[in-house]
Design a protein around this ligand. Structure first.
Ligand code: AMP
Ligand code: FE
Ligand code: FE
Ligand code: ZN
Length: 291
């Protein structure tokens, strides 16, 4: 089995890359990709931990794109994390996120909730800070009983301290991914468009801008969803990928590395076509990558 969608402490996951690699080896994963939100800060650490282990590590990232529907997330797999294109996009996102984080902290301050910014940053381990880290600080200081309560009362869309965020266009994200040697994947497609016709139209337009694959296997999918997406991928000539979107068992206890909800697992047979597209110079690490 493989798992090409994993989050670490460098974004909003609760495991270090070291713990992720250890659990993946124990779970018998043939390949894994670290795909933190808007940052590649964990990739060096991840590759260090993959070295000498019997699995392929793939350098990844997950960007949020400007959307005409629900949340539109694009994964880059096999990226050169230090390329100029990825670095520029990461920096642009970091600045827009920090502006937004500070605006949220201002909004909280205005209603008597004072959260130290340095502490919020520290929860992101030098990676990218977001609302989950603000929620952690709120919980720590007793302003919310849990991270979920912090979202429900203050941070979620439509609640008291919410501030929207500008995201880059999908075409810009996909071009940066392609220019850095990676392949662009539409993550959890149904969060973007729940309607099948809207989704197909949307994917066709992404494909024209360089989309390479669809995440057909995901923890949020029922088996029927996966079949529907695989048919669509084949019809449009796109690759099939999959991952659990693991954030750590503390955060989503029903999602484990390699095992999503309802025993969802991603077949290892998907790996070769993906590695083939990333190419021999792609940013993969581990025994199987020495091909
Ligand atoms: P941000 O990237 O700062 O906008 O935060 C997005 C992250 O916050 C998502 O990846 C989720 O983990 C979490 N999140 C977003 N909305 C909610 C919500 N309503 N309840 C709990 N967590 C949420
Ligand atoms: Fe997340
Ligand atoms: Fe996502
Ligand atoms: Zn994700």
């Amino acid at each position: 089995m493989i798992d090409l969608h994993l989050h670490s402490v460098y974004s909003d996951g609760s495991d270090t890359p070291e713990a992720i690699v250890r659990s993946s080896v124990l779970a018998g994963m043939k390949a894994i990709a670290l795909t933190d939100h808007d940052t590649a800060a964990g990739i060096d650490d991840f590759f260090l931990r993959c070295a000498g282990e019997p699995l392929t590590g793939i350098a990844g990232i997950e960007f949020s794109a400007k959307s005409d529907g629900g949340p539109l997330h694009i994964l880059g797999l096999g990226i050169d994390a230090s390329s100029a294109q990825i670095s520029a996009l990461v920096e642009e996102t970091r600045m827009s996120r920090n502006e937004r984080n500070l605006a949220i902290i201002d909004n909280l301050g205005a209603i008597g909730i004072n959260i130290p910014w340095e502490e919020v940053l520290s929860y992101a381990h030098g990676g990218i800070a977001g609302r989950p880290h603000i929620a952690m600080a709120m919980q720590k200081h007793g302003f919310a009983g849990s991270v979920q309560e912090a979202f429900d009362l203050y941070l979620g869309k439509g609640s008291k301290a919410y501030v929207p965020r500008e995201s880059p266009l999908p075409s810009k994200i996909m071009h940066a991914i392609a220019a850095s040697g990676g392949i662009a994947v539409l993550a959890h497609p149904f969060t973007w468009h729940a309607d099948a016709d809207d989704l197909e139209r949307g994917i066709k337009s992404l494909a024209a801008d360089g989309l390479a694959a669809i995440e057909c296997y995901h923890s949020s999918h029922a088996p029927d969803d996966t079949v529907e997406l695989m048919r669509l991928a084949h019809r449009l000539g796109l690759l099939v990928t999959g991952g659990t979107d693991y954030h750590g068992e503390k955060i989503k206890p029903d999602v484990k590395i390699g095992r999503g909800r309802g025993n969802m697992a991603v077949p290892a047979a998907l790996l070769e076509p993906i590695l083939g597209r990333i190419g021999p110079k792609g940013f993969v690490c581990g025994k199987e990558a020495e091909r």
